[in-house]
Design a protein around this ligand. Structure first.
Ligand SMILES: [Zn+2]
Length: 357
């Protein structure tokens, strides 16, 4: 007598039930599905083996196997429904937005109030210093014709001094070339033209604003930066007046222990021209790496207005004289706050910015 293929049926059923119960997630259960109720299940294998039985045995065995399969399928369906329900609940919990949490965190957290960026704040402080010295504040366009940015400032086309400014050109067309201003100096030309047209000389004005140069940004340069320039046109203005304004500003803005000095330089729009240096703000004049042990750092340029500039705007150089000076606002902020890399000013890293609130 041969052993019935279903001799171990109850053991197989128990194994399959255990396998169903061991699936802890819907994914686990579905991975196992072919082995429990599908074609790769032991029940399917047994089904095929029934063909070898005698017809009278086959009918009885078939009925037993059918019962077993029904039981397994039912257990599988029950388990599947339970795990599906759990998975749904988990998803709902993950998607839930707890409005109570949001409201409570907003009530308890201190209100975060914005503040001016370090460059804007520096610009305002500089304006305040100059206004207190009797200057007014003027503004001018950032997109300029070649004439205002260069020619009226005694820098004709092809002049080698144009190499001092790497320029962004907006339009090279006729009748005139248009540039992003490389300095705030074109505003001086506008001011002098207006003053002549309105018979409104003298001028005592500072001009802060954004400028552009085709520079590769590094620790000391940005392609977009801010300058402030000063312009005085009056009767009997001398180089001593210029030196006095620079020194007064230096004390007022950087502190009583920081002084200024002037060194000969060249700019096309001033004659004579000078660079102005201030006591190193890092070492206070003792000498350090930043100032190359000199105790001085360069801040900007200045000089007496060149007669060619007066001529360009129609001011009588016999009656009027004047001076101009200019320096970087970003550079000023960098020196006053001892910021190692100027690029930090435009990185928008709030951890950096919050230090200056
Ligand atoms: Zn130093």
């Amino acid at each position: 007598m041969t052993t019935s293929p279903l001799a171990e049926l109850s053991t197989h059923v128990a194994d399959l039930i255990a396998r169903i119960e061991q699936a802890l997630t819907l994914a686990d259960l579905l991975v196992d599905e072919p082995f429990i109720v599908g074609k790769r299940s032991i029940l399917s294998t047994l089904q095929k083996s029934l063909g070898a039985l005698a017809p009278e045995e086959r009918k009885d065995a078939g009925a037993r196997l059918q019962d077993a399969r029904r039981g397994i399928e039912e257990a599988f369906a029950v388990r599947r429904a339970l795990l599906e329900e759990e998975a749904r609940a988990e998803q709902l919990e993950a998607d839930r937005l707890d409005l109570g949490d949001v409201v409570i965190s907003q009530v308890l957290a201190p209100l975060s109030v914005g503040h001016p960026g370090i460059v804007a704040a520096t610009q305002r402080q500089l304006e305040d210093v100059f206004v207190a010295m009797g200057f007014n504040v003027s503004d001018g366009p950032e997109v300029e014709s070649d004439w205002y940015n260069f020619e009226a400032l005694n820098i004709p086309p092809a002049h080698p001094a144009r190499g001092m400014w790497d320029t962004f050109y907006v339009d090279l067309g006729e009748p005139e070339t248009v540039v992003l201003r490389t300095h705030t100096s074109p505003t001086q030309i506008h001011l002098m033209e207006q003053a002549v047209a309105q018979d409104a000389l003298p001028i005592h004005s500072v001009m802060p604003g954004r400028c552009y140069r085709r520079d590769t940004p590094d620790a000391r340069h940005l392609a977009t930066f801010h300058q402030i320039e000063g312009l005085v046109v009056d009767r009997g203005i001398s180089f001593a007046d210029l030196a006095g304004v620079i020194e007064t500003f230096t004390h007022a803005y950087f502190g009583a222990d920081i002084s200024s000095r002037l060194r000969p330089a060249f700019f096309p729009f001033t004659e004579p021209s000078a660079e102005f240096e201030i006591t190193c703000t890092i070492c206070r004049g003792d000498g350090c790496r930043t100032c190359s042990q000199t105790g001085w750092i360069e801040l900007g340029g200045c000089g007496m207005l060149d007669p060619a500039v007066f001529e360009a705007v129609g001011i009588d150089g016999d009656e009027w004289s004047g001076f101009a000076f200019g320096f970087g606002i970003d550079r000023c902020a960098q020196m006053r706050h001892q910021i190692a890399d100027m690029r930090a000013l435009i990185d928008n890293d709030v951890r950096f910015l919050r230090q200056f609130s």
